[in-house]
Design a protein around this ligand. Structure first.
Ligand SMILES: Cc1cc2nc3c(=O)[nH]c(=O)nc-3n(C[C@H](O)[C@H](O)[C@H](O)COP(=O)(O)OP(=O)(O)OC[C@H]3O[C@@H](n4cnc5c(N)ncnc54)[C@H](O)[C@@H]3O)c2cc1C
Length: 341
């Protein structure tokens, strides 16, 4: 509780003086989507502990392998899944959830609905109620939609060793000041920091021998890309990709010359796939007001459960845990209701 609402920068300043050491210890901030002076220590501290103590892992086959495994387990438990089918409406009656209608017009009756779509989409567009609870409106007023990402996926005709890569995950920055790095998320200037992930470093089967699969990612706010005129989008996207590659080349020279395949995703791409405002990937900005100290559970109609990045921190582990918690709550409520009947 002593460190609960203090910023990560403040806590690092208390214990360390060397700016390079502080930058190294705080290097995980991009995973949490905010620079150290705005990121509560209660978010950075546990992440640092978990990575230092238990070590971070890459899933063999990429994160899609985890999604496939979850899907398989759901099917084995008797679940039914519909792909390419958006929920269009969550129906309610007298403050209780009664079902969902899909974009194809099929209605499913249900006493419980779990949504891990953004809470903004869930409350403003999916729920059939006209008036939001005051508590929900207030949350949307003070919470800030978080950052999105610009990603360059590369297939290179060179091995990780030949490029000089010595780890699967690499944090690159051209400035030790993380606030200066973060500020480049608000414009199309040269990005000052990025993550370089080499997918076949830990799992050599991920790429043919002598080749590499790499992702470069930097933070970008969706607004920057929403403001680009349609006719300029294509050129802007590839020009910005060049800027990002140039940044990575400062540490790993020769990337450009070895490109065999390239695919680029902007915040608008992310928005199209995730259906989140601004293409946000971690939900709301996880500043002090979003910490567990202040965060309130959004009150919707009875039977509506929220899971995922819009209910707490983003990232795989926290969102899997929030899905698990939502599922447990649903089961508990059903058991209680059955017992009452
Ligand atoms: C490029 C990239 C790399 C990342 N790398 C990492 C990493 O290495 N480690 C890590 O921990 N985290 C990483 N993250 C972050 C992590 O992926 C997210 O924080 C996490 O997946 C969020 O989970 P979620 O359940 O909240 O939502 P999501 O996984 O975004 O799932 C929400 C789903 O709801 C769907 N949806 C939206 N509206 C509707 C609707 N009306 N009807 C039906 N479905 C709908 C969306 O299409 C989406 O599939 C990365 C994110 C990106 C974009």
């Amino acid at each position: 509780m002593r460190y609960g609402v203090r910023s990560s920068q403040d806590v690092l300043d208390e214990f360390f003086s060397d700016p390079r050491l502080k930058a190294t210890l705080g290097a995980y901030w991009p995973y949490l989507g905010l620079p150290l002076d705005e990121l509560p220590f209660v978010e950075l501290g546990p992440m640092f502990f978990l990575y230092a103590h238990y070590k971070p892992y890459h899933i063999r086959g990429g994160s899609q392998a985890m999604s496939n495994a979850l899907l398989q387990s759901f099917l084995e438990a008797g679940g039914e899944v519909q792909f390419n089918t958006a929920a269009a409406k969550i129906h309610t009656d007298q403050g209780r959830v009664t079902g969902v209608t899909t974009e194809h017009g099929t209605r499913f009756n249900a006493a419980s609905v779990v949504s891990n779509a953004s809470s903004i989409h869930t409350f403003n567009e999916l729920l059939d109620v006209e008036t939001l609870e005051p508590q929900v409106r207030e949350t949307f007023q003070h919470s800030r939609v978080g950052v999105s990402g610009f990603i360059v996926y590369l297939g290179l005709d060179v091995s990780p060793e030949e490029l000089g890569i010595t780890a699967a995950s690499n944090f690159i920055c051209s400035d030790l000041d993380d606030r200066a790095v973060f500020d480049t998320a608000n414009n199309l200037d040269d990005p000052a920091g990025c993550l370089l992930t080499c997918y076949n470093y830990d799992d050599p089967t991920f790429a043919p021998e002598g080749k590499s699969v790499i992702g470069l990612m930097c933070a970008q706010y969706g607004k920057v890309w929403e403001d680009i005129p349609q006719e300029a989008y294509f050129d802007t996207k590839y020009e910005f990709a060049q800027r990002l590659i140039r940044l990575a080349e400062r540490v790993y020279p020769g990337i450009q010359a070895h490109i065999e395949e390239v695919e680029v995703a902007t915040p608008l791409t992310v928005m199209r796939y995730l259906n989140t405002p601004g293409g946000a990937i971690y939900g709301f900005d996880q500043n002090a007001l979003e910490t567990p100290v202040f965060r309130q559970r959004l009150k919707g109609p009875e039977g509506l459960y929220l899971a995922g990045a819009w209910t707490g921190p983003g990232g795989f582990q926290p969102t899997y845990m929030s899905g698990h918690a939502a599922a447990n709550t649903v089961v508990r409520h059903h058991r209680t209701n059955l017992a009452a009947e």
